[in-house]
Design a protein around this ligand. Structure first.
Ligand code: NAP
Length: 261
């Protein structure tokens, strides 16, 4: 089994499979210097594109792949779909539920890219809180001359605008913290992406309670034809079904959903 990781869901799945004595390798991109590590065997670094991943699958006799990467890690998901098709290896997408279903989602402004968020957000607030992640910050450089509160797990390797204030921390984040961050910095716009799941969603309720508008970047589209589950336990059952040690309930996996915009 190969689990493409970098998420809490991937770590949970690795823990379950290890307990089930399923041989599993977790793969991380190596983006952060002190990653939260899954249990068991871990490999770090890119595969070298689709052909590199095909080579890895073949060389290591991988029998199935779970793509449990972050919803915005679109490139590796695309590569996994192409490589698994080429190598004839079954692939499952494990992706946490979208915030489209969040009870407050109807109040938010949805955009289709970070670049669009930078454009639209200019007129929505004067003191934005940018929580879209380190890799998206260049998309907001048109805001270089204004105050922006940025929160990242790890600073980028380039210098951020001096007008920006940086909080460096890793979730999960709780309501009280998020309320304090937003109120304490007089934030008047929350910019986020549809990472989904519960670990970073407290800011959404805090923004609502403080009357702060929310701008959300929609998820990239999933590759066609890859079955999707939303929780690690369903992925675990899929793995057992592949190895003949269990069965996959028909409700557990669905065909790739339509893009959510
Ligand atoms: P990406 O843009 O989709 O992928 C860029 C390249 O990084 C891929 O082509 C691949 O290189 C390599 N890569 C990505 N994930 C990998 C993995 N799990 N194992 C081995 N190689 C991987 O990815 P990203 O958005 O930079 O995300 C990188 C990692 O951070 C992922 O594991 C993801 O789950 C995690 N993460 C991302 C976000 C986010 O907001 N994007 C948030 C939290 C965690 P090759 O082409 O050389 O194989």
């Amino acid at each position: 089994m190969l689990v493409l990781g970098g998420t809490g869901e991937a770590r949970d799945l690795a823990t379950m499979l290890q307990a089930d004595r399923v041989p599993v390798v977790s793969s991380l991109a190596g983006r952060v210097s002190d990653p939260a590590l899954p249990v068991g065997t871990v490999r770090v670094g890119g595969f070298g594109g689709v052909s590199g991943l095909v080579g890895y699958l073949t060389e290591h006799a991988i029998q199935a792949v779970v793509d449990a990467t972050h919803p915005f890690a679109a490139q590796i998901s695309g590569h996994a779909a192409q490589a698994c098709t080429a190598a004839g290896v079954p692939l499952l997408r494990l992706q946490r539920p979208s915030w489209r279903e969040h009870p407050l989602s109807g109040e938010w402004t949805w955009v289709s890219s970070h670049a669009e968020a930078a454009q639209v957000g200019t007129s929505l607030g004067r003191r934005p809180f940018l929580s879209t992640g380190r890799q998206t910050l260049r998309d907001f450089l048109s805001w270089a001359d204004r105050y922006v509160l940025v929160r990242v797990v790890q600073l980028p390797d380039w210098e951020l605008p001096t007008a920006w204030e940086v909080l460096s921390s890793r979730g999960p984040y709780h309501y009280r913290n998020e309320h304090r961050v937003l109120a304490g910095h007089q934030i008047d716009l929350l910019v986020t992406k549809d990472s989904g799941g519960p670990l970073t969603q407290a800011k959404l309720q805090a923004a609502h309670d403080l009357g702060i508008p929310v701008l959300v970047v929609s998820r990239p589209q999933l590759p066609d034809g890859v079955p999707v589950v939303t929780d690690p336990d369903a992925a675990r059952r899929w793995v057992h079904a592949r190895s003949g040690t269990g069965s996959l309930h028909p409700d557990d996996a669905v065909a790739s959903p339509a893009p959510d915009r």
